[in-house]
Structures are given as structure tokens and as C-alpha cells.
Ligand binder design. Structure first.
Ligand code: PMP
Length: 313
């Protein structure tokens, strides 16, 4: 197959059985390797879906500017598609982001604006408000992934069907991290429509507010956390809890340890949110009294975080 440009290589990522790690439980864990996307993360799917929609509606034409608040991956996804499609990009990022992600955005020619970390979207200094303000002032295209329904729809149309197809419908439980909530909302809806018995489980860092919201129906005060890409101190507009059965919380140290274990046991170098998702999957599998087929999303590559990981000198 020859793709007509890079956008033709997005999606259809592989599922791999984690043979060694699954051996610790009675279940079988399959990982969906989203770092096979050209930008190295699951966000390529969403960027492609949003750009296609905007082009169809005449909202984007070559030379236009795209603005977004991102933890890095969405920025890389828009930046690489913008190189192909000739858009300009401006991204606002919380200052805690790894230098690899910032460098990658700059290599693609994007303008990067760093904002203080951990601020809720209503705070004027937050990456969200700053992005919105820039987009308004420049008359640019504002992606707004936390409130843009095309974000979960991209996963409902691509990620969910791929999982169902490649697992040949033999899935008991689906597990993924929650950042914007796009993945869990879109994939969760698709899989529940196929089989309402499939359990949908979210993963967040300790300190994030999703588990409490699922259980109590109200927003609690969050605490600091540091796993890039997952966890929030607010409820994103696209995140729907209707199909979510449970949320498992993971400590940052557990996620980092699991990143190491994934490399050493399975040869997979993935990011911290992947470590968190696998740590949650193992906790879940050890608690389950059945032999389950568990599909876990690994959202991005560990090559984006080498400066953050220990033992790399
Ligand atoms: N992990 C990483 C590394 C991410 O960049 C993201 C996206 N923020 C997620 C997990 C969570 O995906 P979603 O936004 O679809 O909830």
C-alpha cells in the first residue's frame, strides 16, 4: 500500500498480546499501540477528524492558523498535518510538559506559548483561556478539544471499530486513561453498542477528580498530580460517564514503575499514561475472578519522555 500523504497512515494501529505480563493473572491483556500513528500518539486520529470536518465546512483553508491548548500530543498531531495541508499552528502548553514535546512542536514550525500548570479552564492564565483569547484575536481556528464533540466521535468512528474488529468481538473489559475523555467516551459508546456487557474502565492519577465524580456525581477538589496526558481538576465537556463502569486511580510512582516493566518484560517503550493504564489493568485483572480478555490503550511512545525517565544517563 502507498499512502497518498501522511494522513493516510493514521489509525489501524496494532493490538498486541502482553504475553509475559498477562502470565501474572488469569486474564489476557492486549495493548493497542497508538504510538504507531505518524505523530507517535492517539491524538493523530482526532486532529485528522477535526481538520477533515473543518475543511468540508469551509472553516479551514491553506494559510489559516490553528490554535489549541494541548499537553503536547494533540499539538504534534495538528503540526504534522498542518505541514502537509499548509496551516500555521499556535499552541499553548502547561509549563510541566517535557522538553521533547516542546522541541517537536517547534521543529514543525509551530509557535509555542507556555502557561502555568494545573490551572482550571476558567482561570484567565490557563492554557485553555490563553488559547481561546489568541484564536479570538487572530480570527484563527480554535480546536477546543475538551468541548469539541468531534473528539469522541473520532474514536467512535475509528478506535472503537478497530478494537472490535481486531479482537473479533472477544472483549470483556476495555481500559484507557482519561484526559479530555475523548477516547473513553467514543470507544466506550461504540463497544457498549456492540455488547452492553463489556466493562469500560477509566484510569486517572491520584489527585484527579473523575473517580469521585463517577461515584458521587459532583466535582470534588483535586490535588496535584503528574502523569502527562491524563487526569484533570475539572470535568471536560466531551467526557460522558454513561458508559463508564469504574475509574481506577494510579499513583505516579506506580505508572513510572510500569513503564520500566513494560520495556523490560514486553519490549514496549510507552509513555507514563500507558504505564498507568497497564498498572490499572493488572490491578483489575488480579481482582477479577474470571479469565477475561482485557484491551488497554497505550496512547503514546516513551521516546517523548526520555528526559523524564530515570536510568537513561
Ligand atoms: N495519554 C496521553 C499521553 C495523552 O496525550 C492523552 C490525551 N490528552 C491521553 C492519554 C488521554 O486521552 P483522551 O484525551 O482521549 O482522554
Amino acid at each position: 500500500m502507498i499512502a497518498s500523504d501522511l494522513s493516510g497512515l493514521i489509525g489501524n494501529t496494532p493490538l498486541v498480546k502482553l504475553s509475559n505480563l498477562s502470565g501474572e493473572t488469569d486474564s489476557t491483556i492486549f495493548a493497542k499501540l497508538e504510538f504507531y500513528n505518524p505523530g507517535g500518539s492517539i491524538k493523530d486520529r482526532v486532529a485528522q477528524y477535526i481538520i477533515r470536518d473543518a475543511e468540508c465546512k469551509g472553516l479551514l483553508k491553506p494559510g489559516d492558523t490553528i490554535v489549541e491548548a494541548t499537553s503536547g500530543n494533540m499539538g504534534v498531531a495538528f503540526a504534522l498535518l498542518s505541514a502537509v495541508k499548509k496551516y500555521k499552528c499556535i499552541f499553548t502548553l502547561p509549563e510541566s510538559i517535557t522538553k521533547e514535546k516542546i522541541q517537536a512542536l517547534k521543529i514543525f514550525g509551530a509557535e509555542v506559548i507556555l502557561t502555568p500548570k494545573g490551572l482550571p479552564p476558567q482561570d484567565e492564565r490557563s492554557c485553555y483561556k490563553v488559547a481561546h483569547k489568541i484564536a479570538r484575536e487572530k480570527g484563527a481556528f480554535y480546536v477546543n478539544q475538551y468541548f469539541n464533540e468531534l473528539n469522541p466521535e473520532a474514536h467512535y468512528k475509528t478506535t472503537g471499530p478497530e478494537i472490535w474488529r481486531d479482537a473479533e468481538g472477544r472483549i470483556d473489559t476495555f481500559i484507557c486513561g482519561i484526559g479530555t475523555g475523548g477516547t473513553i467516551t467514543g470507544v466506550g459508546r461504540y463497544l457498549k453498542e456492540k455488547n452492553p456487557d463489556i466493562k469500560i474502565i477509566g484510569v486517572e492519577p491520584v489527585g484527579s477528580v473523575f473517580k469521585a465524580y463517577l461515584e458521587k456525581g459532583q466535582l470534588t477538589e483535586g490535588a496535584e498530580f503528574d502523569i502527562e496526558g491524563i487526569g484533570k481538576n475539572f470535568i471536560p465537556g466531551v467526557l460522558k460517564f454513561d458508559h463508564i463502569n469504574d475509574v481506577i486511580q494510579v499513583k505516579e510512582a506506580e505508572a513510572s514503575k510500569m513503564v520500566d516493566i513494560l520495556v523490560r518484560c514486553e519490549g514496549i517503550l510507552a509513555g507514563g499514561s500507558s504505564g498507568a493504564a497497564i498498572a490499572a489493568a493488572l490491578k483489575y485483572a488480579r481482582r477479577s475472578d474470571k479469565n477475561e480478555n482485557i484491551v488497554v490503550i497505550l496512547p503514546d511512545t516513551g521516546f517523548k519522555y526520555l528526559s523524564k525517565f530515570s536510568d537513561t544517563d
